[in-house]
Design a protein around this ligand. Structure first.
Ligand code: 3H9
Length: 696
């Protein structure tokens, strides 16, 4: 934990109720000191005959948010979480958990050892361990199914979702809701009712009713495995979580606990969980910009303007409407505006159909979106995001207008994925300090990543505002300096160069895609191109027919959208299936012939190493040039924007697991094959020679 504060434990006595308050900012994680506080606090409460029931409550913004993740992998420090839980569960008087904020992981597991639970309506409960490559290791996999049933428990544990208090009440996970802001008083009143009604010391561990019911349905487990096979691919934790819940159903409580302990111990020591824990902290570190202090003034974003109501602009707008911020969407033509707003509505309605929110909420969100054909409508916006197509002249014209129209202090952002933010800022505006890049990824309402691009003159305020608003709309933000492609696409280009080169050495696009898919990426570079459209940036007039892509486009094979690209596509039972294409094979053969190249066998190992180590090498250059603040920011970009498997941490973390010496040796070994312009990053070489790592 970062908090240097001394953990506070106080036991107040209100009539015959003991109120044990725990406090360990920022999130009341269950560090050693906190476990000790529970053990001692409960001992004291148990020993005091004046106390007839105990309320366990936390100070600050949340109930216990889980085990202290920084303690994992280090020698255990007594008392264990289990000892703290035993003090509660075996208490001689009822213990009531009083929940606000989030009761997560070990925090919920502590609450599950209390005899009763109350919460305020805004509270949430969850077992998010799966996101850290773990399982709830303090009895959660055994107690949760006993209280909410096997199916609901599997759902919560495998999705790691934060379940709202109202739903928890319906599931029986909490016993009562108390009014917002009145948790302490509400919990004390509840404790008094327990005493008055002489309710039992209810131990979740003793209630097998729901498990007995599940024993008649062993297919639950096969079904959940099958339904989630795609989502769980490559991750060891979901299977271990399922096995624990199976153990809860089929074994005694203590045997189930032993299974849970064994599997937790295995997971916590494994690279996937180490990588996922690293990713957790990397995301938080990425929000910290060394020369921009935490207390930098920010612009209060009460209204957002978006220029361009295409797929990108509409998707971006949804992010703001989702959190209640009004948006003005500007287009040049009424038809384009209508189309854009109709697509947004459709997206919302589809979400409503899937039960994600009500039709009333669809209307609330749509009411926050206003269309306009006038740039002047942006005059009172606090943040304007330009999301038109990638053309420098057009962007400059727009920023020139924004400079004249927008109020002083407004932040002017461009969603460019490729163009020079400095040029846009200084050539087109008289306020380059207000200009920042906000590079959303498509679909912008879904993808987690936001690359915040810091121009040479971007002010601390503009940067801090972009980072703050990113958090508000639920994005994971990372800062990039200005360079072609920024962090993400620049690394993508380095990988593409190798993939393209290998195709002209004898590997087929589908061979390369398969290797990267097996590594854990959702798709390889050629499938990705087909999905995005091969004709992005291509035109018939300028096409020279010199590359495979150009030849495919010339044959009107433009990717998935028209049923053929690198692959042939066939729709079977409503699902689009990609198949290796003889046409593409022929184009490759012809091109190789024209270039006098002879195909050779390329191993899977070479495919993986050239693609991935080229990415690492580019990452090292990006780091060396100061484009990324830290190696972990590069990993944040690739995990959240490009589907890099989080159980491999990110390209830079992965390089550390392989060893930088090996990476350099391999890159040098491939020599001229890496391409004429390829050079090994001096930083990478130096770090390898010194036995260093990118990530600590
Ligand atoms: C577990 O419980 C295992 C058990 O089943 C078994 C044990 C045997 N530990 O996210 P924020 C830090 S596994 C250490 O920006 P928010 C965080 O790094 C755990 N540190 O705040 C950051 O530090 P800094 C299961 C933690 O308000 C600061 O707190 N629990 C932990 O946006 C503020 O965090 C989880 O997985 C932790 N557990 O969100 C919950 N949590 O300021 C993980 C936070 O130096 N936590 N920090 O950058 C969260 O999901 C969010 O932090 C939370 C608050 C929703 C609680």
């Amino acid at each position: 934990m970062t908090a240097a504060t001394v953990p506070a434990r106080s036991l107040a006595i209100e009539g015959d109720i003991g109120v044990l308050t725990l406090s360990y900012p920022p999130v009341n994680a269950l560090s050693q000191v906190m476990r000790e506080a529970i053990v001692e606090g409960m001992r004291e409460a148990n020993a005091n005959p004046a106390i007839k029931a105990v309320v366990l409550i936390c100070d600050g913004r949340t109930f216990l948010a889980g085990a202290d993740i920084t303690e994992f992998g280090k020698p255990p420090k007594a008392p264990s979480l289990r000892e703290a839980q035993d003090q509660i569960e075996n208490a001689s008087k009822p213990v009531i958990a009083a929940i606000h904020g989030t009761a997560l992981g070990g925090g919920l597991e502590v609450a599950l050892c209390c005899h009763y639970r109350v919460a305020v309506p805004s509270a949430k409960c969850g077992l998010p361990e799966v996101h850290l490559g773990l399982l709830p290791g303090a009895g959660g996999t055994q107690r949760l199914p006993r209280i909410v049933g096997v199916e609901q428990a599997l759902d919560m544990i495998l999705n790691g979702s934060h379940v709202p208090a109202k739903k928890c009440l319906e599931m029986g996970l909490v016993d009562a809701l108390v009014p917002e802001g009145e948790l302490r008083a509400g919990a004390i009143a509840f404790a008094r009712t327990v005493l008055a009604e002489n309710r039992p010391l209810r131990k979740v561990r003793d209630n097998d009713d729901k498990l007995i019911a599940a024993r008649a349905h062993p297919e639950i487990f096969a079904n959940v495995r099958q339904a989630n096979a795609r989502k769980f691919r490559g991750f060891p934790a979901p299977e271990a979580n399922i096995q624990c819940v199976e153990a809860a159903v089929n074994l005694s409580f203590d045997e189930g606990l032993a299974t849970e302990r064994r599997l937790f111990t295995e997971l916590v020591a494994g690279t996937p969980s180490i990588a996922q824990r690293y990713a957790f902290f990397a995301e938080r570190k990425a929000t910290k910009i060394p020369d921009v202090p935490d207390d930098t003034p920010t612009v209060k974003v009460a209204k957002v303007g978006i220029i361009g109501a295409g797929t990108m602009g509409g998707g971006i707008a949804m992010n703001f409407a989702n959190v209640g911020i009004p948006v003005v969407l500007v287009e040049t033509q009424q038809a384009a505006l209508d189309r854009g707003l109709a697509v947004v509505r459709k997206n919302y309605e589809n979400s409503a159909k899937r039960g994600r929110f009500t039709s009333e909420q669809v209307e609330q969100r749509m009411a926050l979106l206003t269309g306009s054909l006038q740039m002047e409508s942006l005059a009172d916006c606090d943040l304007v995001i330009e999301a038109v197509f990638e053309n420098m002249a057009v962007k400059k014209e727009i920023f020139g207008k924004l400079d004249r129209i927008c109020k002083p202090g407004a932040v002017l952002a461009t969603n460019t994925s490729a163009l020079d933010v400095n040029e846009i800022a200084s050539a087109a505006t008289s306020r380059p300090e207000a200009v920042v890049g906000m590079h959303f990824f498509s679909p912008a309402n879904v993808m987690k990543l936001l690359e915040v691009v810091r121009g040479a003159e971007t002010s601390h305020t503009a940067l801090a505002t972009a980072m703050q608003i990113a958090k508000k709309i639920g994005k994971v933000a990372a800062v990039s300096g200005v360079c072609p492609g920024f962090i993400g696409n620049r690394i993508l280009a380095a990988r593409s160069a190798q993939a393209q080169a290998m195709v002209l050495e004898g590997a087929m696009p589908w061979d390369i895609d398969q290797v990267l898919y097996d590594f854990g990426l959702p798709m390889g570079p050629f499938a990705m191109s087909d999905l995005a459209g091969l004709d992005i940036g291509w035109s018939k007039e300028t096409s020279k027919g010199a590359t495979i892509r150009e030849r495919l486009c010339e044959m009107d094979r433009r990717g998935q959208k028209n049923g053929a690209g690198y692959y042939d596509y066939e729709v079977v039972d409503g699902t689009r299936i990609a198949k290796p294409s003889e046409v593409t094979r022929g184009i490759i053969r012809d091109l190789m012939g024209e270039q006098g190249k002879v195909a050779r066998e390329i191993s899977k190992e070479e495919i993986l190493e050239r693609c991935v180590y080229a990415m690492v090498n580019e990452g090292a250059k990006i780091l060396d040039e100061g484009i990324a603040i830290r190696a972990s920011d590069i990993d944040v970009v690739w995990v959240n924007g490009y589907g890099w498997p989080v159980y491999r941490g990110g390209p830079m973390f992965y390089a550390d697991t392989v060893g930088l010496g090996t990476v350099v040796e391999k890159l040098k070994g491939y020599g001229g094959r890496m391409g004429p312009g390829f050079t090994v990053s001096p930083l990478l070489e130096r770090m390898a020679a010194e036995g260093q790592r990118f990530t600590k």
